[in-house]
Structure formats: C-alpha cells, structure tokens
Design a protein around this ligand. Sequence first.
Ligand SMILES: [Zn+2]
Ligand SMILES: [Zn+2]
Length: 227
Amino acid sequence: MGNAEEIIRGVYQIGGAALTASDDAAIYLIDFVDELVLIDTGAGNSSSQIVRNIEMLGLNPANLSHLILTHCHIDHIGSAPFFQKQYNAKIIIHDLDATPIETGDSIRTAANWYDTVFSPMKVDQKLKGAEEVLQFGAEKLHCLHTPGHTPGSISLYLDRDSERVLFGQDIHGPFNKAFGSDIEAWKKSMQLLLALNADILCEGHFGIYQPKEKVRDYIEGYLEEYE
Ligand SMILES: [Zn+2]
Ligand SMILES: [Zn+2]
C-alpha cells in the first residue's frame, strides 16, 4: 500500500483504494495545528493502517478531534466507530444521512452491497440546512448540503494559502432508489459546487483534480451525462 500524500500544506490523502484497502473510498486529513480532522473513514477494515499513515506524517492520531462523514455509505463510514471509541473523535454528518448510521440500516448504508454489516453508532453532531461553517482555530471549514447521491450528502471546502480545496466524495453518483438518490437535486448541487470555483477537487473514488479547469471539467462531464 502507498504512502499518504500532501495535497496542499496540512491537507493529506491518507486512505483510499491504493493507500489503505481496496474497498476504501478516499480518506482525507486536515491538520488544523491543534487538532486533526478526518473526512471519511474507509470501509472499516483498515483502521490500523489509517492510524499508521497518520503517524507516518509525524502527526499524533490522539489529536483527531472530528470525523466528518460526507454521506452514510459504508465505504466512507466503516472505521468511524473505531475512531470514536479509540480517540473520542466527534462524529459529524448531515441530519438527513444520520438515521441510517444510528440504526445500522444495511440498505441505506449500502452495507448489503459490500456483504457486510454496520453496527448502529451514535452521531455527535448533525448538520442542518444548506450550509454550516465549522471553526477550527482561525480557519473555517465549510460544509455544504449537496443532496443527490444520498439525501444528506455534503461537500466541504477549505480556503488555505490562496487555494480553495473542495472535498466532493461521490458527487458523480451512482444514483439508486435504494440510496434515496435524487437526480434533480443533484443537478442543483453540482451548480453550487461549480460556483465555488475551487482550485482542487479531492474526490472519493477517482483521485485529486487540479487546477480549476480540471475541477470544472470533472463536474460538467457528469452533468452532461445526465442531461
Ligand atoms: Zn456513496
Ligand atoms: Zn463511495
């Protein structure tokens, strides 16, 4: 398995199919100096490898304060219970994707697709409405409600060192009735993301896109598919 990669200062990809386990969606880490924030956690079988990857960056996993889940699918949430238990990390997800996690809904979490189960877990903070801004030291992490793939999908962005980094996991879909997908809502969500004019897109399954033009092409490419 490969090593973690620094995307911009203090923002890393620490997990994903090539880094931790083949069934893991991308896992990103933001170093806010006093605390570490994880965006998604992989499918649940690579917790110790994720910890090792954090340590290899010279960072202390005990400083993990928040775990933000972009939506309720197992390949993104699997190791959340581990990090909550081990490091007391606070679990954050949008209100509309919280129930499947709290009930261990095997269809809404797609655990049945992966031939596994997800045990119900407590959510510490439920994001509500179109946007919530989380403050970490002097910096802001913006959480945007971008429904489509699932009802409570979110995308996040961070402005650091004159770069806007967008975290958009599974913004490509897929769309499935069992997930509660909504194509029309998704189209609106993608317009919202295009308007951000992000410099870098940290995606869930296909990697990292930059510069600006490539981020735009990526999103517009999917919009054209569903016209
Ligand atoms: Zn998904
Ligand atoms: Zn996914």
